[in-house]
Design a protein around this ligand. Structure first.
Ligand code: CDP
Length: 208
């Protein structure tokens, strides 16, 4: 079984995906880490994010077995990730790895922006997780502060709105719910409530 979880920044999709994978004993891939790793490699080398050849080279060299999540989960790397993610050849370079991961025999949960639309259009379950920008900014601010990073909620909200716009308006694999996705608005749900709603959706599909 393949479960595709998509949605904008800080909507809760990562937590839901992780918890679904644990619940069903499936493998989990946070595809945002792939784009973050590409961006970080470019920044660490002192290269520019608009140097397309260099960014594509970094995408081809990405090694998901070597990810250091704490270093990839910073605010600056997230912003840079959404810039490199708009380059079609970067997405193409990361495509096979994601599809192969999805084919895992015991089942897979992938979360990102284009899982239900591009990577796994035939996924058994598609959930598009969303929440109001204000609630997402509140959650992301708490997350960043817990990681010891400086964060002002108003700045985080402005960044989230800018990133949403960039992710939704790019020409390749723009962020939008697949036609057959179940939309899960988590604005008024806590983590337990959101996870329970996602499990209920998977169960609806499994017993169909
Ligand atoms: O956790 P958050 O939602 O802030 O970020 P993420 O899921 O790690 O994704 C970072 C950026 O990578 C996003 O803003 C997207 O531009 C890009 N991304 C993408 O284009 N496609 C994916 N499947 C996953 C992430």
């Amino acid at each position: 079984m393949i479960i595709a979880i998509d949605g904008p920044a800080a909507s809760g999709k990562g937590t839901i995906a992780r918890r679904l994978a644990k619940h069903y004993g499936f493998s989990h891939l946070d595809t945002g880490l792939l784009y973050r790793a590409v961006a970080k490699a470019v920044l660490d080398a002192g290269d520019k994010l608009d140097d397309r050849a260099r960014v594509i080279e970094a995408a081809l060299a990405v090694d998901p077995t070597q990810f250091d999540e704490a270093q990839l989960k910073t605010h600056a790397v997230g912003e840079a990730a959404s810039i490199v993610a708009a380059i079609p050849d970067v997405r193409a370079a990361l495509f096979n790895f994601q599809q192969e991961f999805a084919a895992a025999e015991r089942g897979a949960v992938l979360d990102g922006r284009d899982i239900g639309t591009v990577i796994c259009p035939h996924a058994d379950v598609k959930i598009f997780v969303t929440a109001s920008p204000e609630e997402r900014a509140r959650r992301r601010t708490i997350e960043l502060r817990a990681l010891g990073q400086d964060a002002r909620e108003a700045d985080v909200l402005a960044d989230i709105l800018r990133r949403d716009e960039r992710d939704r308006s790019r020409a390749v694999a723009p962020l939008h719910p697949a036609a057959d996705a179940h939309v899960l608005d988590t604005t008024k749900l806590d983590i337990e409530g959101a996870v329970a709603a996602a499990i209920a959706q998977v169960e609806r599909v499994r017993t169909r």
